[in-house]
Structures are given as structure tokens and as C-alpha cells.
Design a protein around this ligand. Structure first.
Ligand code: NAD
Length: 365
């Protein structure tokens, strides 16, 4: 569906940006510049077949504009797949503000950004992402209503994200161990911040044996004491005898190095981009008989929470919708086993199937 289209080579030579959009069929890019406020941003709308493109705004000190462009193209496409596989009537989008989040923020910059978001007339809905806090979003909201996750609205998405991860983990256990009970299972949670702590709480309630790591000493101490979890070293977490590895901090922790150490038979966590290289490590986990639950599907609770706000739905609705991650995980894992295809490929296929189906609904008959 997002295959490369043949386009005039002379146009490509003049405009590599369009070539890059064309590679994964991005619909629209909005380059935003304002000399007075110092705003430099890119808003990417990847696909709006299922609905308005929703995805957060990231503020990052990119080394150059190419990096920013690459990031926004990659992230917006990821949102299309995440929203589609989660059954939400949303497309995929993302925005990046180029700049140092510690020193280059101002009310004027975010309000100017809000005007650019508003100029898209609701085709793009924004939210917080890395480098952005609720106060920044309040400024954006002064200029546009197309913002979710504001203070006093749907609130911190982490509990819903953690609940979804927990559901996906149970479904993976059902396939791998024959029962979805996590009682007595050894689960290693890497990163016990917002999502990680809520996940640990579910695991504790179910009687799992919990191991945790975190770079932040106080967080580690708090979670260990509150939930009776065992602390392990930052690098040791890959070596311990465990059933389930739950990355909830960083991306790319499933790589050549760690795969030689990991003794788990399930990888299920909240972090984005867990596979260092999808094509290599997605296949490698399958060959080792491990189950990898695709990150963009299992961590969709956050966007489900945002969707509830967009549609005026309750937090109970968001919780119930996140429960569906259990069945979606079962579907992916069964299809993966039947066809011996890596789980991330099945998840991508399922997202594309839904976009194709919904695209038919909207055909102008
Ligand atoms: P967070 O910043 O609250 O927590 C991350 C934790 O990881 C922190 O406590 C941090 O100290 C720790 N950490 C950092 N580097 C580490 C390392 N090398 N080893 C161990 N711990 C380390 O973030 P969060 O909101 O809990 O999100 C966790 C992950 O889930 C992120 O990758 C995020 O992108 C992803 N995610 C979060 C949500 C959400 O709703 N918050 C939704 C989807 C995806």
C-alpha cells in the first residue's frame, strides 16, 4: 500500500523531499518557519484514510534538518500503523520542533506553532512527545483546538499504556506457556518510570517474580520497596534467568549483543522501536523460538487514551479498548506461528489490511 511510486526522475533530482515522502506515501509535509519566535518545525501527515492524523510533537536539538525530516517521516508513518492496528479512526502524523528544549522554548514559539497546526484545519491533531510538557501544550492550545492530552483532560496516558502492555504480555504467555497466568513467572522490567511502575503493579497483583533496573536510583528504590521487586544492574538485566523481558525505557535493546544473552522466551514491553533492526532481529527472535510482541501494537494504550479525549469517550472506554490488545496479540502470534513470519511483519500486514478496508468505505460511490 505504501510502495514506491514511479515518478519523474527530473522532479526527484530537484526535490529530494518529495522523493522521501513518496517512498512511504506520505500525504503532506508542512514546513514551519518564523524568524520572530525562532520556530522551525515540520509537521508530517502520513495517512488520513482512517481519520485525522494524530501523533505527538517532539522538540529535539537535531544535528541538521535532514535528521529532523527523517525523524518526522519515520514517526508519522509509525503512528499510522499504531492507530490502524488499534482499531482507532485515526490516521498517522507527527511534528518535530527543531531546537533545544532546555533553552529555546517560549510562549510565543508554541503559540506560533499552534497557528501552524490550526492551519491544517484538523487534519493533524497534536499531543505531547519527547521534550514537550503540559505547559507548552497549553500555549499551543491557545491557537488551536486540535490538541489532546492537556492538563485536566484525558491526563497521563501511562496507566492505560501499562495496562495494554500487561494484556499483551498475558496473551503472549498463553501462546508460549499454555496459560495466560503470570503467577510465578520471572519478569524483568527495564525502566520503572511512568509506564514501568504501573506495569510492575499489575505484575505484583498477579504474583509474578519481578526484577527491575533503572538509571535513576530513587525511582529504583521506590519501586523495589513498594512492590517487593528485585533490583538488578543496568547491564545484568540481559543475563538473568527470566521468562519475560519487558523493555520500558529505551529503544533498540533487542540487538546482536543482547540476543546472545537474553534467556527469556517472551519480549513484551512499552518502549518504542525495541528491535535494533526489524529485518534482522525480528527474524532472529523467531528463529530462537522467542515471542516478540510488536511494540507499536502493545504500547498503543497511550494513543487509545488520546482518542478517547478526541471523541469525548470515558476513561472506562479507554481501559476496555486497551483490553483488546490481548486478542490482537493472540491474532498476531497465531498468524506468525502458522506462517512462520516474524510478528512485526504480521502486525504491519494487519494495519495495512485495515487501512485498505477502511479506504474502501470512503470510496466516493
Ligand atoms: P519515563 O521517562 O517515565 O520512564 C523511563 C524510565 O527508564 C525512567 O525511569 C528512566 O530513568 C529509565 N531509564 C532510562 N535509561 C535506562 C536504562 N539504560 N536502563 C534502565 N532504565 C533506564 O517514560 P515512560 O513514559 O514510562 O515511557 C517508557 C517507554 O515507553 C518509552 O520508551 C516511551 O517512549 C514508551 N511509551 C510510553 C507511553 C506512555 O504512555 N507514557 C506510550 C507509548 C510508548
Amino acid at each position: 500500500m505504501f510502495e514506491v511510486k514511479e515518478i519523474d526522475e527530473s522532479i526527484l533530482a530537484q526535490n529530494p523531499v518529495i522523493e522521501r515522502m513518496s517512498k512511504y506515501n506520505h500525504e503532506q509535509l508542512l514546513f514551519c518557519n518564523d524568524n520572530d519566535t525562532g520556530l522551525k518545525a515540520i509537521i508530517a501527515v502520513h495517512n488520513t484514510t482512517c481519520g485525522p492524523a494524530l501523533g505527538g510533537t517532539r522538540m529535539w536539538n537535531y544535528n541538521n534538518q535532514n535528521e529532523a525530516l527523517q525523524d518526522v517521516l519515520r514517526l508519522s508513518r509509525g503512528m499510522t500503523y499504531k492507530n490502524a492496528i488499534s482499531g482507532l479512526n485515526l490516521g498517522g502524523g507527527k511534528a518535530v520542533i527543531i531546537g533545544d528544549a532546555r533553552s529555546q522554548k517560549s510562549e510565543a514559539l508554541f503559540r506560533r506553532f499552534g497557528k501552524f497546526v490550526d492551519s491544517l484545519g484538523g487534519k493533524y491533531i497534536t499531543a505531547e512527545d519527547v521534550g514537550i510538557n503540559p505547559k507548552d501544550m497549553t500555549y499551543v492550545n491557545m491557537e488551536t483546538n486540535h490538541v489532546v492530552g492537556l492538563p485536566g483532560k484525558s491526563g497521563d496516558p501511562s496507566p492505560v499504556t501499562a495496562y495494554g502492555v500487561y494484556q499483551g504480555m498475558k496473551a503472549a504467555a498463553k501462546i508460549q506457556f499454555g496459560s495466560d497466568s503470570l503467577s510465578g513467572k520471572k519478569v524483568a522490567v527495564q525502566g520503572v518510570g511512568h509506564v514501568g511502575e504501573y506495569l510492575v503493579s499489575h505484575l505484583k497483583d498477579e504474583g509474578a517474580e519481578i526484577y527491575i533496573s533503572d538509571i535513576h536510583e530513587q525511582t529504583l528504590k521506590h519501586v523495589a520497596e513498594t512492590y517487593g521487586a528485585t533490583v538488578v544492574g543496568l547491564d545484568d538485566i540481559y543475563d538473568i534467568d527470566m521468562d519475560i523481558y519487558a523493555p520500558c525505557a529505551l529503544g533498540a535493546t533487542v540487538n546482536d549483543d543482547t540476543l546472545n544473552k537474553l534467556k527469556c522466551s517472551i519480549i513484551a514491553g512499552a518502549a518504542n522501536n525495541q528491535l535494533a533492526n526489524e529485518d534482522i532481529h525480528g527474524v532472529a527472535v523467531l528463529e530462537r523460538g522467542m515471542i516478540y510482541v510488536p511494540d507499536f501494537m502493545i504500547n498503543a494504550g497511550g494513543v487509545i487514551n488520546c482518542y478517547a479525549e478526541v471523541k469525548g469517550l470515558s476513561s472506562e472506554w479507554a481501559h476496555d479498548k486497551a483490553s483488546e490488545i490481548y486478542n490482537t496479540t493472540l491474532n498476531i502470534l497465531n498468524r506468525s506461528r502458522e506462517n512462520n513470519i516474524p510478528t512485526y511483519q504480521i502486525a504491519n500486514q494487519m494495519a495495512e489490511e485495515r487501512i485498505e478496508a477502511i479506504g474502501k468505505v470512503k470510496l466516493p460511490f
